[in-house]
Write a protein that binds this ligand. Sequence first.
Ligand SMILES: [Fe+2]
Length: 405
Amino acid sequence: MSEEEINLPLIDPTIIGQILDTQAVGFSFPAQIVFGYGVLNRISFLSLFLKSSNAFIICDPEIEKLGYVRKVQRYLKLSGLTSTVFNEIEPNPNEETVIKAVESYKNAGCDLVIAIGGGSAIDVGKVVRLLAKQGGKLSDYDAARSSIMSIHELLPPQISIPTTSGTGSEVSIVAMITTEKEKITVLGYPLISTIALVDPELTMSCPPRLTAYCGMDALTHAIESFISLRINPVADMFSLQAITLISQNLKKVYENGNDAKARINMSLAALEAGMAFNQKSVGLVHAMSHQLSAKFNLPHGLANAVMLPYVLKFNKSVSKEKYATMGIAFGLSLGSIDEGAERFIQEVEKLNDALSIPKKLRECGVKESEIPEMAKMALKDISIITNPLQPITQETVEKLYREAY
Ligand SMILES: [Fe+2]
């Protein structure tokens, strides 16, 4: 074959750029998932599989009291593994806690992180591995200011064990940590848990209010990823199934935490919504709720739940068809696109009411005077990039905070 024959036609690189921007789809679900009622007993096998011998268990004091940590330690000990417990995780974890945890991890000479809890424990686990291995300060890895490539080392393994159905942190490449001034997003593929060990039995003790907040966080992940500007049809299947499962099970687990079948379905929904947003990111609800949590320590799921209907109305003009599709996933009957979109928003509001979620930020201790500053920070939040309606201005965000106030 002559050289001329094997020459491929030249394509203008700007056209390739356009194709990649609009049509390239990546499917990557790198965390290994072990899901099922009672699978916590696989922890020692999985730790040995990761060739680990000394685990660093991260949790909050409440989770420790529930006995899950003791149980994990017992399983590990039976297989000859040692462990150290760090039980100082708080809601919306801060930088000081992370620094303490990194020191403790290094001093104990651990080679595996086991994070048991909600998103806070799992997120701290990710950052502990990063700072222990790569060094530096948390701000060096702030996604708003640094490249995704700033995390370049292969990190020690992490097994993440969620005790709530909501954050999806066990399958995400993101960690959120609060500093003195703001909420920092750390983002990178090496952060992802090596194994997500999802045992719905651990969510049975989750109290009703936290169950509601976490469930609404999962719903927000499913919705915001589905309407995101990124294209990923595989992730969309996860979003839609998560919406169906949440519509059928969230009220049930809120009203009766002992409903094991509903708990299993909510665990699955949160996992699927987490897998979806890890591909397509989230949107303006998260960009705004992060500031509410950073300024007023509002639980993440509560902040999302309050903001969700207002942002849904804001995005409606460009997302109507998708709202109608999500309405069908919610179990609504087919009507016109406009009707379907409107009824979907109403259904989300009804679900908030059924879960006793406040309608207004003023009921959650938020101060109106902080709105301009929160709006400024929301515009810098990485979640805003994939919101379907663009551009978003300071005035727009302030207006939405005021509507919700
Ligand atoms: Fe979230």
